[in-house]
Design a protein around this ligand. Structure first.
Ligand SMILES: NC(=O)c1ccc[n+]([C@@H]2O[C@H](COP(=O)([O-])OP(=O)(O)OC[C@H]3O[C@@H](n4cnc5c(N)ncnc54)[C@H](OP(=O)(O)O)[C@@H]3O)[C@@H](O)[C@H]2O)c1
Length: 257
């Protein structure tokens, strides 16, 4: 049966490929882009997309508006939290809210959207193999005490994405909430010499969002190429999950129901 899916960061890379594949499979895809021009580009790159929602996820107020736009479109079967920025920021880029850019886009935005978008049947969070070396102490989430290290900052946020997926799986038992790593693939983020298969990079997120395969109808799991993979054990710590939710609530002013 055709399903309706919202995909963040679908103006490029794996998000755009996921939207194209969903439409090829007969599903309905709502895209998301950072601004109107990227929105136009996304719509022309993904013929058949239902609509595009606009907002820069590095801004708390714009992220809130993304959630409001999505809710005005009605309900969704699945939301794929795909948008992110990579690991090569050479310094702590500070957003309008005073947060590190990588944290705002990769951690806080999926938290805000999860909390504010009307609950779908499935949630999919894009993590990375680098989450294994994320800082599980969750101290200094906003990089005020530590000297900046771009790759560590990215890895931390990808650990947060798994913690968020599992926290939601625990809180909302009727929703399938899972995380995955797509492999290191040659998108804008992955770079031209990324070694993994680009054609496999977007398929697991689509499968988790819409497939009736019993292996995809699970919750609180971590995947790589449609197979479960062991995540960083810290992601199973419910106190740590709650601690991340509490920090995100404090920093965004948005409560996860
Ligand atoms: N590629 C890899 O090797 C790899 C490996 C592990 C995990 N991942 C994960 O896979 C996901 C997709 O990555 P990708 O490789 O497809 O990256 P990408 O090609 O760089 O695409 C990222 C998407 O996110 C959007 N985006 C970034 N910042 C945004 C912001 N502030 N507001 C709104 N949209 C924003 C981008 O918009 P613009 O096009 O306008 O920039 C683009 O559509 C990410 O979560 C990433 O962490 C990727």
């Amino acid at each position: 049966m055709a399903k309706r899916v919202f995909i963040t960061g679908s103006s490029d890379g794996l998000g755009r490929m996921a939207a194209q594949l969903l439409i090829e499979q007969g599903h309905s895809a709502v895209l998301h882009a950072r601004n109107a021009q990227r929105g136009e580009e996304a719509l022309s790159a993904v013929p058949g997309a239902e609509k595009v929602v606009i907002g820069d996820l590095s801004s708390i107020s714009q992220t809130r508006r993304v959630a409001e736009q999505v809710n005005r479109l009605g309900s969704f079967d699945a939301v794929i939290h795909n948008a992110a920025v990579g690991y090569q920021e050479p310094r702590r880029i500070t957003t309008e809210d005073g947060l590190p850019h990588v944290f705002a886009v990769n951690t806080l935005a999926p938290y805000i959207l999860t909390a504010m978008i009307e609950r779908p049947k499935r949630l999919v969070y894009l993590s990375s193999g680098l989450h294994q070396s994320g800082d599980a102490s969750l101290t200094d989430l906003t990089w005020e005490a530590r000297p900046w290290r771009g790759q560590q900052a990215y890895s931390d946020t990808k650990l947060h994405d798994v913690l968020l997926a599992f926290a939601v799986a625990g809180r909302w038992p009727k929703v399938f909430s899972n995380a995955l790593e797509p492999g290191w693939v040659p998108t804008k983020m992955g770079g031209p010499s990324a070694p993994d298969d680009l054609d496999k990079g977007h398929r697991t997120q689509v499968w988790l969002a819409v497939s009736d395969d019993p292996a995809a109808r699970v919750t609180g799991q971590y995947f790589y190429h449609r197979k479960t993979r062991k995540p960083n054990p810290a992601t199973r710590d419910t106190d740590l999950q709650e601690s991340l939710l509490e920090s995100c609530r404090r920093l965004s002013g948005v409560e996860l129901p």
